[in-house]
Every structure is written in C-alpha cells, then in structure tokens.
Design a protein around this ligand. Structure first.
Ligand SMILES: [Ca+2]
Length: 77
C-alpha cells in the first residue's frame, strides 16, 4: 500500500504581517484495486509463418501493459 503525505496550511484573513497560520500534516493511504485492464501496445498484430514451421517457433512478439500496481498490474500471456 502506498501512502501520500502532505501539509495543508490554513491562514486567517488578517492583514499581511499579522496573519496567523496553522500547518497540519496529512497521510493518505492509496488502496490498490484492479480498475484497469491490460492494453496491448498495438491495436492489431499480423504475422506469417511457413507451412513447414516446427513447433515452438516464435511467430511474433506482443506486449501489453496494465496501469494497476502489482499484483493487479502484472500481465500474463
Ligand atoms: Ca489490472
């Protein structure tokens, strides 16, 4: 789980020089959900193989990515 920390400063409406401020630190935990599906790097792939091609020959290489963090962003083929 990732966390984002930041500081928010609240200031009153007093004139410059006598303004009073308060800083507050916040921490927000980012929950990983599986809200993205894998996307192939190309919309269309085309390949040709010889009729004499033996088993286990590479025909073409495809890639896809998933914008989610691991494990939901891991892509299997
Ligand atoms: Ca995903």
């Amino acid at each position: 789980m990732q966390a984002i920390t930041f500081t928010v400063r609240a200031s009153d409406g007093a004139d410059e020089g006598i303004t009073r401020t308060t800083d507050q630190r916040f921490s927000v935990s980012v929950i990983n959900i599986n809200d993205n599906k894998p996307q192939f790097s190309q919309e269309y792939y085309e390949a040709e193989i010889s009729e004499n091609t033996t088993d286990r020959q590479t025909v073409t290489t495809v890639t896809a990515t998933d914008a989610d963090l691991s494990p939901y962003g891991e892509v299997r083929y």
